[in-house]
Design a protein around this ligand. Structure first.
Ligand SMILES: [Zn+2]
Length: 256
């Protein structure tokens, strides 16, 4: 099952409350008051006062939803817990052996880590920082692009992973130049969002167009253009950081 694949269902509990059970491929998240710790479970935190755990279990769930399709069907807090569960179960399942010497790792009881008993290498949950940037031009138009990975003709901000040795701001300059060929300045951090596909952290920026002609990297970008606030293509849904950046730009335009 690919990373981020995720199934969820509401099931009645003995006392009549609904218990949310998320299945993460071969794993599950149980949101249940007073629930016992599942074997090998990861504590996720409390949601509305109820403890949440992610645990690996066998089997699938009829009528479940994957993490993408769960989006918009539960509130943002629940979805965030679900994403946290996906990342931790996926990390646990992909770090069972030491990356240095191949020995089977063991869970560290006092922190969220796996340790190699032979060479001592510690493995912590992985996070891959990625930048996402809304580029605005002096005439008030913003650059929106259709990524080659989007299954639908949706236009969004540019995004890409931060590379080793790079600052977030350098990543913004490089990604924009690589994907659409232009230069930007006034790179400003705005907000961030966990993005569990499979373990990204999206860092949202705005930037100002500073020169160059659009020249698309067609492996990544199918189409891109400068859009006016009153003439938008299909844009990402609410709850995404892309949409927050776009909505903030629209609000700035409305104030002018
Ligand atoms: Zn080792």
């Amino acid at each position: 099952m690919p990373p981020g694949r995720f199934l969820a269902a509401l099931e009645p509990s003995d006392d009549g409350d609904e218990v949310i059970v998320f299945h993460v491929g071969a794993g599950a998240v149980v949101v249940e008051e007073g629930a016992s710790v599942p074997d090998g479970g990861h504590y996720l935190g409390a949601l509305d006062g109820r403890g949440c755990w992610a645990a690996a279990v066998d089997g699938e769930l009829d009528g479940g939803l994957d993490l993408h399709r769960l989006w918009g069907r539960v509130d943002e807090d629940t979805w965030t817990v679900a994403g946290r569960a996906v990342q931790l179960v996926e990390w646990d399942r992909t770090h069972r052996y030491c990356g240095r010497c191949g020995t089977e790792t063991v869970a560290v009881p006092t922190e969220r880590a796996r340790r190699c008993p032979a060479c001592g290498l510690l493995a912590f949950p992985r996070l891959a920082p990625a930048i996402i940037v809304l580029v605005e031009r002096e005439d008030g138009r913003a650059l929106l692009a259709r990524g080659a990975a989007f299954p639908i003709p949706m236009y969004s901000c540019l995004a890409g992973f931060v590379e080793p040795g790079e600052t977030m701001e350098q990543a913004v300059h490089r990604e924009v130049h690589e994907e659409v060929g232009i230069e930007v300045d006034e790179v400003r951090y705005q907000a961030s969002q966990p993005w569990p596909f499979p373990h990204s952290l999206m860092l949202g920026f705005t930037a100002r167009y500073a020169g160059g002609e659009l020249n698309l990297d067609e492996r990544e970008i199918l189409d891109a253009g400068w859009y006016a606030p009153d003439d938008l293509p299909m844009i990402p849904p609410a709850m995404s950081i892309a949409r927050r950046l776009i909505d903030a730009w629209l609000a700035r335009a409305a104030d002018r």
